[in-house]
Write a protein of this length. Structure first.
Lengths: 448, 251
């Protein structure tokens, strides 16, 4: 370690101690920011302490869950793992995660799509998992083309990184197409069968990434994920290296087999919908590349209880409350599928903020199929967040009468007059999640 | 085109599969509902990439925004329909164009450094500037009582010809070019604007203006049955108040 790195690491650790040890504050960003300011090559310098290497998890939706399951699976094999568990996924958050200790076996790192270009050149991970790409935060991220170019450039800067990409997503395969040109090795995962699910909206990626013709699908799992092919050129869903079959998605969770190298492994989890099949499949692929056996992986899922506001269950005053993050149309539509699978009459609270980390532009709420809720009997809908008014207008045009309660406390108060057997679903975007979670933890009992 | 004596409006939604960047489907939904609530039948026709549409029996045209790549595909296709669209506009047809669609109305726009010919329906052109203009936006316009509230996100700078009226005055945000203090265009019954969010839901005055122009042209009626817009206007006002109070940080 060079002197400047040593000083930077020392300063970062001191910041961490001050924030976390003394002030009891969140220390997921600032220590890395301080250390990066002192040593711009910090990520590269810190990566040398990793005995086995790094794995980066990237994609619009599901990064935190996939990354944390993967880290837990590798840890369960008695490996020392550094991980940005709280989801601080820009360069400063990654540097913070790499600061502790003098050595580790693996770093398992969630990376923001646009930050990959600041993370990969230094970290030089062995694998980068690309989960999916959806339209998200247009005001910050710009159009998807730009996000794809950025990830491809990041991969070009780290030529030995193997891309583990979602083969069912034409947009991920668009990145793979670009990355292969600069010599990146690509492995793919996906679902190898028709799940016979009702088709939802495909907001993007209807067109071939190579030639621009409209893509055709043999089947789709959700959004643009499926067995696609271009009628005019050879761009298509590839032969899958990690292929999920026997997929079952129910209210209770998901289960499936993964076929890899002729070997079949069974995976099951007590949470999530079809998107979770992809998250777990991606985590399994990366874990097995890192040498984790199927049994250890299943064990890690069984023990997985992140309490990070992702599908977290509470009981508040005798009522079931389900909290989940929903920050873009695809995530929201997947959430609507989950709650529609619950046949009980229910109350819904949708909280949308427009802070920086949410995206300032919330026009995407019009790409969510709220119309699917219109037929629900005895539905109570409540809108919240700084953009509660916008959500209320969206509800009105979906045929749903909704009230406004800026905070989750108000939604709980409204739900209090309903029969106790009606659950309250709380769906929020990013910055609305933490206050809702804190409130629910304070007034309710966690029930996972 | 009346069914059982009921009135109807035929709406051409151009290239929804390509021009749908900023919740534009919301504009069509709002248009459709506000017609239905007034007992006017909305006949929405989606025009797809390989269609050769006729605008002869169309009452209202909507063009949304897309990514650069998609916008280019659209423009190549649309140029073939230029004469039809021009006749429609000159005959007083109602047309709303948002973001990329707004740029398409002019003589030309820049894609990267390439100058791409537009539809030349309105005397305006678009070049580029740095930085991209990304912000919430409020515009005061003569076409509606309430301020128009929404979001803008454009690298293009749009310049209006001398005989083209702007949609309105920028009260918050950047507008056409970030310097003139004006936003959008009004020409005959064409409304072009960078305001999305989407445009119609929180700005019922804008959508009703277009509906009224179309009803006037088709049926000679420009008085629309009023609707209860409490929810829409309260969302509009909530955002207006936050912006004017400086409570919203922009990038």
């Amino acid at each position: 370690m060079s002197l400047s790195t040593a000083i930077a690491v020392g300063a970062g650790r001191l910041t961490h101690w001050g924030l976390h040890g003394v002030l009891r504050r969140n220390a997921s960003q600032l220590p890395g920011r301080v250390a990066l300011a002192l040593d711009r090559n910090l990520i590269a310098d810190l990566s040398h302490k990793l005995g086995r290497g790094a794995i980066v998890v990237c994609g619009t939706n599901g990064k935190t869950t996939t990354n944390n399951v993967l880290a837990a699976a590798i840890e369960s094999c008695h490996q020392r793992v550094l991980c940005n568990r709280a989801g601080a996924n820009m360069a400063a958050g990654v540097a913070s995660a790499l600061l502790p200790g003098s050595s580790a076996d693996w770093a398992v790192i969630e990376a923001d799509e646009l930050s990959t270009v600041h993370i990969l050149p230094g970290l030089r991970p062995r694998y980068m998992v690309l989960l999916n790409l959806f339209r998200d935060q247009l005001d910050r991220a710009g159009e998807i083309d730009h996000v794809q170019d950025t990830i491809a450039a990041a991969l070009a800067s780290s030529p030995n990184t193997v891309l583990v990409a979602n083969g069912d997503d034409p947009l991920c395969m668009g990145v793979a197409l670009r990355a292969r040109k600069s010599g990146t090795r690509v492995l793919t995962f996906g679902i190898g069968e028709d799940l016979d699910l009702p088709a939802d909206r495909v907001p993007e990626a209807r067109f071939c990434q190579a030639c621009g013709a409209e893509l055709e699908y043999e089947y789709r799992a959700y959004a643009q994920m499926g067995k696609f092919s271009c009628p005019k050129c050879d761009f298509c869903r590839p032969q899958l290296d990690f292929c999920a079959t026997g997929v079952r998605v129910t209210r209770e969770g998901v289960e499936f087999d993964v076929v890899h190298d002729g070997k079949r492994s069974h995976i099951s989890a007590g949470f999530g919908g079809v998107y979770m099949v992809y998250n777990l499949l991606a985590a399994f692929a990366a874990a097995s590349l890192a040498g984790v056996g199927a049994g250890s992986f299943q064990g890690a899922i069984d023990d997985y209880n992140p309490r990070n506001g992702r599908l977290q269950h509470f009981v508040v005053d005798g009522r079931e409350v389900i909290l989940n993050l929903a920050k873009n149309p695809t995530g929201f539509n997947q959430n609507l599928s989950l709650l529609l699978a619950d046949e009980r009459p229910k109350a819904l609270y949708f909280a949308i903020n427009d802070n920086f980390n949410d995206g300032k532009d919330i026009s995407w709420i019009w790409d969510v199929d709220f119309e699917r809720l219109a037929g629900q009997a005895e539905l109570t809908a409540i809108c919240g967040g700084t953009r509660a008014g916008d959500v209320q207008v969206r509800m009105k045009y979906a045929g749903i009468e909704a009230d406004i309660a800026p905070l989750v406390e108000g939604a709980l108060a409204q739900a209090a007059s309903l029969p106790k057997d009606r659950p309250l679903y709380v769906l929020t975007n990013y910055s609305a999640l933490w206050p809702a979670k804190a409130t629910l933890e304070r007034v309710g009992v966690s029930n996972d | 085109m009346t069914r059982h004596g009921k009135r109807s409006l035929r709406i051409a939604h151009l290239y929804p599969e390509l021009l749908n960047l900023y919740g534009d489907s919301g504009n069509i939904l709002v248009l459709r509902k506000r017609l239905e609530w007034r007992g006017i039948i909305p006949e929405v026709v989606e025009v797809h990439v390989d269609d050769r549409p006729s605008f002869a029996d169309v009452d209202l045209v909507f063009i949304g925004g897309g990514s650069d790549r998609e916008q280019k595909i659209v423009c190549d296709k649309l140029l073939a329909e230029r004469a039809e669209l021009k006749a429609f506009v000159e005959d007083g047809g109602a047309l709303a164009a948002v973001c990329g669609g707004y740029q398409l109305l002019g003589e030309s726009y820049l894609m990267g450094d390439e100058k791409v010919p537009g539809l030349s329906l309105v005397d305006l052109y678009t070049d580029r500037g740095d930085p991209r203009l990304i912000s919430n936006i409020v515009v005061e316009s003569r076409i509606c009582e309430q301020p128009i509230v929404g979001y803008e996100n454009h690298g293009g700078r749009t310049h209006l010809g001398p005989d083209v009226e702007p949609l309105g005055k920028v009260v918050y945000g950047h507008g056409n070019d970030g310097v003139s203090g004006f936003e959008g265009c009004l020409y005959h019954n064409v409304v072009g604007t960078y305001v999305h969010g989407p445009l119609f839901p929180k700005n019922p005055g804008v959508v009703d203006y277009l509906i009224a122009r179309a009803m006037e042209r088709k049926y000679g009626i420009d008085e629309l049955e009023p609707l209860d817009d409490a929810v829409e206007l309260s969302a509009n006002k909530a955002m207006y108040d936050r912006l004017m109070a400086g409570e919203v940080e922009e990038q």
